[in-house]
Design a protein around this ligand. Structure first.
Ligand code: G
Ligand code: G
Ligand code: MN
Ligand code: NA
Length: 254
């Protein structure tokens, strides 16, 4: 497997970097968080997107060391931003199914937070519904342990996977992220608007915050904010950018 071999080398030569996409408070329009998204800079200096390698990393198990690199780098960068005074900023990191199942996850996260002197409440881990449905009992126990460390938990791509509302109620999560497929046509498709408003109501009634993904227009922003969505993320505010470009965004809208 060529790609697997290349991924292994990329890990050894630290050829992965993180980009960050701001998450904006719907009312104050200030940046309240960033989502870390991994990129691979290959030997030809091309940027390879996660859609092209995460699945292979998952199948080969390389997602475990890669995922650890991502958590470590995200916490290292958050430390820098906290030292610059952005102390309310939360860092969101995507977890893969294998990582959530790994016996080492809790110890690694705890050690990494300690290493970078970051409180758990500044880290958010994004999981999907399907990851939990694999083995709800074991997953929920692990999520509780993360929650007990203060870590925030978000359900990513909400509405696209399968999960039961009874499981959702049992999950020790803090927020739902409405998948961007429901946001895209929210202005023209009344079904999508109903899905978004129903998700916001469901989340709020369960005591959860709601993040809308894929917000690209000011009309989408205003509609979602008007329906009580808490946090917005999407190209309207910024595409994912490197840490230096994120510095500039923080300077103007933190
Ligand atoms: O911008 P974008 O192409 O970066 O992301 C595409 C997909 O890759 C998203 O579904 C995102 O959840 C996933 N992804 C991005 N970074 C990571 C990561 O660090 N770990 C995992 N497991 N998935 C990631
Ligand atoms: O699946 P997850 O939500 O983790 O991944 C986020 C993905 O969504 C990344 O690929 C990111 O580049 C992409 N993304 C972020 N904002 C927008 C947006 O406004 N529009 C579109 N089309 N994609 C977005
Ligand atoms: Mn995500
Ligand atoms: Na998503």
């Amino acid at each position: 497997m060529r790609m697997e071999h290349d991924l292994r080398e990329a890990l050894a030569s630290r050829s992965f970097e993180l980009h960050y996409q701001p998450q904006v408070d719907a009312r104050s329009r200030t940046i309240v968080g960033v989502e870390a998204l991994v990129r691979w800079r290959n030997s030809a200096r091309e940027t390879i997107m996660p859609g092209e390698f995460i699945e292979i990393a998952e199948q080969s198990g390389l997602i475990l060391p890669l995922g650890e690199c991502v958590i470590d780098e995200a916490c290292r960068q958050l430390r820098i931003w906290r030292d610059q005074g952005y102390t309310a900023l939360r860092m969101a990191v995507n977890l893969s199914a294998l990582q959530l199942r790994s016996a080492n996850l809790l110890d690694f996260v705890a050690a990494t937070l300690l290493k970078h002197e970051i409180g758990g409440e500044h880290l958010e881990l994004e999981i999907t519904e399907s990851m939990v449905m694999d083995n709800p009992g074991a997953c929920i126990a692990k999520l509780r342990a993360l929650r007990d460390m203060g870590i925030h938990l978000a359900i990513d791509d909400f509405g696209t996977g399968y999960s039961s509302l009874s499981n959702l109620r049992l999950m020790p999560i803090h927020s739902l992220k409405i998948d961007r497929s429901f946001v895209r046509n929210i202005e023209s498709d009344s079904d999508d608007l109903v899905i978004c408003t129903a998700t916001i109501a469901l989340a709020h009634n369960l005591g959860l915050k709601v993040v809308a993904e894929g917000v690209e227009t000011s009309a989408q922003r205003d509609l979602l904010a008007g329906h009580g969505c808490d946090v917005l993320q999407g190209y309207l505010f910024s595409k994912p950018v490197d840490a230096a470009a994120m510095d500039a965004l923080l300077a103007v809208s933190y």
